[in-house]
Design a protein around this ligand. Structure first.
Ligand code: GDP
Ligand code: MG
Length: 391
């Protein structure tokens, strides 16, 4: 069912999406809603927008309450390293203990519930890659409805590159995990992808529009999709299409703010009695949907496996570069998505690098001849060393 929105409404939507301030956003959404013609095709959209407005009202209320208390706390954490990983879980599962055990952060570990009230970052080194782990204040039943600092924690999860979902094996881990997943789902943060759908990932200004077709369009062409997105002023985004998708589904995705986060489950307190049995139950529940790393923060068991699990789940790789005039390659790798090409690397190095690209030399064990001269479409792998030659 097409929405047939007037151009004015589409522009208002673009303004509302771009607004960062919750009050301003709420106002713009209100104006948008008044510009939407009410008919069958827009019913779903109206419900979604109203939900978003309700969430914003809660956020504004929450902020007011916090200000009245002890001065607004700082909830946004600047990203550092190769990825920001939000550490999420119920209270007392051992989040602070994990942060203390694997990073340089100074944290307070306590058997009192809800000791951590604002996000605390720390850096974890996995070989030559740095991950920023951010402990979020505990989730609980009702977090998604604004209870305690729930909305801030969920906003942190939404903004992170990856999640650690932590559970305590001395309690029922299935109950804990399903509570956490349930609260996240209420605010449209999902950890696994449904089959056929459209995903729009907004990018910074100037990045351009890129449509990745893993599936196909049923009733339209890529041009139609581009035109539709442009009418909503979606200029900078990566749009992924999985399975069969219609133009209406693309339009729905413009309004929906579902995100998919890669996630690792950390099952803590493996040192305690009964935890082995609980771990088995957790494994049966999770199946192959999420990797599970069983640890004891107190005894230091299993912690060494976490870096690798995060690296794998993030789907990233390291590529080292070398100047044609130098003998040694850079010690600090570029972090790229798995499947990235020499072209992607060149774009990362410098914006005009890709235009003046001539060829590259790649050193890698898997190559018969190393170094091998390659073109920009060459698919890189973790650990490759690349020398880029310009025209
Ligand atoms: N037995 C055991 N206790 C742990 C372990 N990790 C944390 N704890 C205890 O669990 C309680 C809560 O830990 P904390 O890290 O503050 O949990 P948070 O609320 O999730 O940040 C503390 O009393 C810790 O000593 C563990 O691996 N084994
Ligand atoms: Mg804590």
């Amino acid at each position: 069912m097409p929405t047939n929105l007037p151009a004015e409404a589409k522009h208002k939507w673009a303004e509302a999406s771009a607004a960062k301030n919750p009050r301003e956003k709420l106002q713009l959404l209100q104006e948008f809603l008044s510009l939407v013609p009410k008919h069958k095709g827009t019913a779903k959209l109206c419900v979604q927008v109203k939900k978003q407005m309700a969430a914003l009202r809660r956020e504004i209320e929450e902020k007011k309450r916090k200000k009245a208390g002890k001065g607004g706390s700082k909830f946004f954490v600047e990203k550092e390293g190769a990825a920001q990983i939000a550490l999420i879980g119920l209270t007392n599962v051992g989040k602070s203990s994990l942060l203390a055990a694997i990073t340089n952060a100074k944290v307070e570990v306590s058997s009192n519930p809800y000791t951590t009230r604002e996000p605390i970052p720390g850096m974890l080194a996995h070989q030559d890659v740095q991950f920023q782990i951010v402990e979020a204040p505990a989730l609980m039943e009702g977090s998604a409805d604004g209870r305690a600092w729930g909305l801030q924690t969920l906003a942190l999860a939404r903004n992170a590159d990856c999640l650690i979902l932590m559970v305590d094996l001395s309690q029922d881990p299935v109950e804990q995990l399903s509570l956490v997943l349930g609260e996240m789902e209420k605010v449209r943060i999902l950890v696994s992808k449904p089959r056929a759908r459209v995903e729009i990932e907004r990018k910074f200004m100037g990045a351009g529009l890129r449509i990745i077709l893993i599936g196909r369009f049923v009733d339209c062409t890529i041009r139609d999709v581009e035109e539709l997105l442009r009418s909503y002023r979606v200029m900078d985004a990566v749009v992924k299409i999985y399975g069969d998708a219609t133009l209406d589904e693309v339009e729905e995705a413009v309004f929906e703010n579902t995100v998919y986060k890669p996630a690792v489950t950390v099952a803590n307190k493996i040192d305690l009695e009964g935890s082995e049995t609980n771990l088995k139950r957790l494994e049966a529940y999770v199946g192959n949907k999420l990797p599970i790393v069983a640890v004891s923060c107190e005894k230091g068991y299993g912690l060494e496996k976490l870096g690798e699990a995060l690296f794998k789940t993030l789907g990233i790789m390291r590529v080292y570069t070398k100047e044609p005039s130098e003998r040694e390659f850079s010690k600090k790798p570029f972090i790229l998505r798995k499947g990235a090409t020499v072209h992607d690397l060149a774009k990362n190095i410098h914006s005009d690098f890709s235009e003046n690209f001539s060829f590259a030399k790649v050193w890698a064990k898997r190559l018969v001849f190393s170094p091998q001269k390659v073109g920009s479409a060459f698919v890189l792998e973790d650990g490759d060393i690349v020398e880029v030659h310009m025209r």
